[in-house]
Structure formats: C-alpha cells, structure tokens
Design a protein around this ligand. Sequence first.
Ligand code: EPZ
Length: 419
Amino acid sequence: MDKILVRGGRPLSGSISISGAKNATLPALAASLLTTGHVHLSNIPHLKDVTTMVELLGQHGSAITIDDKLGVEIDNTNITSFRAPYDLVRTMRASILVMGPLLARYGQTEISLPGGCAIGSRPVNLHIQGLRAMGAEIELGGGYIRARAKRLKGTRFTFDPVTVTGTENLLMAATLAKGQTILENAAREPEVIDLARCLIRMGAKIHGVGTSTLVIDGVDHLQGCHHAIIPDRIETATFMIAAVLTRGDVLLTNTCAEDLRNPIDKLIQMGATIDELEGNCIRIRCHGDINAIDLETSPYPGFPTDIQAQMLVLNSLAKGTGIVTETVFENRFMHVSELQRMGADILIRGNTAIVRGSTRLIGAPVMATDLRASASLVLAGLAAEGETLISRVYHIDRGYERIEEKLRALDADIQRVSG
Ligand code: EPZ
C-alpha cells in the first residue's frame, strides 16, 4: 500500500491550480440519471471517489466517455439497473445520491445503506423521510433501502439537522415530481448551489438557490446540458493552511475566494496576508508569528467541518491556546491521537479540542483514518522537524488530486513511496 513521506521545514512557494470540487462533482454525476439527454461535465477532478461514482453509473447502464480535458460525457439512454450494491456504496457513502434521481426518473431503486464511517454514524434517515413525504414507498431490510413510486409528488419538508447530501437528494427528486416541493432548512453549501445551477441548465424550475428555502416546481422531463464544476474550496483551504504553517508565499489559481469567506477571515485573524486577485486567484503569505484562534464548525456559511482537522494543526503551531468545537459530526477528532504522536498538545473534552500552541512538531510514522484527517497529517509533516511517513494514504486519494505532486510544485519535500 502506498505511503507518503514528508520532510518538514521548507516554506512553500510557487503557484498551483485548484481542481474541481469533489463534493460538487458527485451530485452532478448522479443528476445525469434524471435525463436521457447527454450531460457533459467539465473541470472534473481525477479522484478515487469520482471514479467510484462513474463505476456506479456504469453499473446502472450509463455510457460514460472521459475526455482528456478533465471532462466527462454521460449518456443515460440505456439505464437497465436501479441497484447500488453494498460493495460500492461501502467505499463511498455519496453513492446514496443516486437514490433521488433513480426514484424520480424510473420509479424504483434499491440502494445499500451506506453504514457509518470513521467520523460518525452518518444516518440517512432524512433522505428516506423526505422521499416518503414525496409519496415513495420505502422498505429497509437486509442492509438495503428499497423504494418505489409511480410518480413522486411535491411536498413541504424541513431538514433537521441541515444535511448536504440530504438536500441534494431531495432537490434532484423534486425536479421531476408532480407539483411544487418546498425544502426548508436546506443546506446552502456552494456545492448545493452548483448542483442547483446544473439542474436549472437541464430545465429544472428551482427558486431560492443559495438560501435555506428551496422551491422546486416539478417538470415532466429534463434535458442534457454542459456544466463546469466549481473549484474545490476544501482543497483551496487545505493549501492555504499549508502555506501559512510553513511561513510560505503561495498563489492558488482556478479557485473561488467567495466560497471561503469564513476560513479566509479566520486565517487573516491568525496573521496571514491574503490577496484576492483577478481571475479567480488567491495569494497567501505568512512570514511572522501566527496567533491561535477559537472556532466552531457549522453548516455553510459557518466554518466548514472539512477544514477542522487542518486548523487543529495550525493552532498547534500558533501562539496561545485555540479552542476548536466540532458541531457537525460526532467523532471527527480521529486525527488528534496521530498529531499527539508528533508532539501536538491537544486535549479533547467531548466535541471540543483545546489546542495549546507554540508546539514543536517532530516527524513520526502516522496512520490516516479518514479523508480530511489524512490531509492534516500531511500538513503536520510539512511543519514538523524530520520525516513523517503517512500510511493508508488511500484516504487522501479519495479527495485530493495528486496532493504530493501539487505540494512538490510548491517546493515541499514530499514523495509517494510504495510498500
Ligand atoms: C457532506 O456529507 C460532504 N460529503 C461531507 O464531506 C461534509 O463533511 C458534510 O457534507 C458536511 O459539510 C459530500 O458532499 C459527498 P451531512 P453528508 O448529511 O451530506 C446528520 C468530505 O470530507 N444527518 O451534511 O453526508 C449527520 O449525521 C466529506 O469531503 C442526519 O442526521 O453530511 C451529520 O451530523 C466528509 N440524517 C449532519 O447531519 C441524515 O439523513 C451533517 O451531515 C443526514 C445527515
């Protein structure tokens, strides 16, 4: 199994291009099931999770061509299977996103329950409750969700808590339902907005995009479209934090500062200099001390939970003590024990991490446990003295495209080693 070897202590410098957003690509791929028209998606990241979703669509009968310009063309004129099997779903929970489209377009689907993962139990009860509210007959048994619906009907549904993929599943289902659907307390993440824009390009009638109340007037058919996936804000933030903790000077291109207001404000508070430049570029520099900050994760536009692990590393290296509270997932501190092995001084109290700063991190062999935790271990390695060898890097490859190549382009001493 591949490992990543990092030798710390080098300030990052140079420029890299940000890839398309994983969490916008996955729902857009699933949305293609809503039409027999050809859907062309561009700016697709080359990631394991995207490959898994393409494989799942292929099992349904999708004909998918991947072009050499980071694009995919999906032809769903011959969907023959409505089943998402356990062996695929267990590797990627976002497979649940085919449930809404298959039910709306074909009236039937059989999806393996995703089960939990390292960061939490990750229930899908709201996906199921919402589709039942739209008239679907849904049975659970043998680890599968079996759903039937002659034609979904519009409903009013309130999410509690806010759920990103729950919002996306019901949004997609509602586009072909009979009548109007109102989704309240809907997720407002940029990836949800991007999905809505893709659906509108396909002919969907959606109002309230970007707000917590989405109003969808169902139509009888949707057509194909061309859609460019938005930049990955989590990748952007991860590299911004890497620049700050190595006291570097980095230019990130093909990104979108507008989707990162909260993290940008936090990094400026800590002492970073951030310039938002023409042409979707961000320059981030930091040459002096950084100050620890307190933060609490919450649904967009709050501080993203997907950047919490990375900020723990930055707080460890900052002056003072930072209190980090995780409110979205119940077990998203798996990275802490590995960071402690590198010398981080972090105390966990329930869903709060008390991070004492000004720590000297020392390189060590560490193990990745989930996607964003593994990114935080790479960041810690960049700042640590000596070598850090990260195992189970398949977690990283799920959400970061060629992370070691991009960091090497920024003058980091990092390589992928097999064995
Ligand atoms: C999406 O996951 C993202 N994944 C996650 O990114 C991200 O961390 C998360 O949203 C929060 O922003 C994709 O978009 C593919 P949720 P999702 O449903 O939709 C509870 C990454 O690193 N909940 O918004 O699965 C749930 O337990 C990944 O790229 C229910 O109770 O997350 C959690 O506490 C990790 N019932 C909260 O909602 C439900 O039916 C938010 O989860 C659904 C969710």
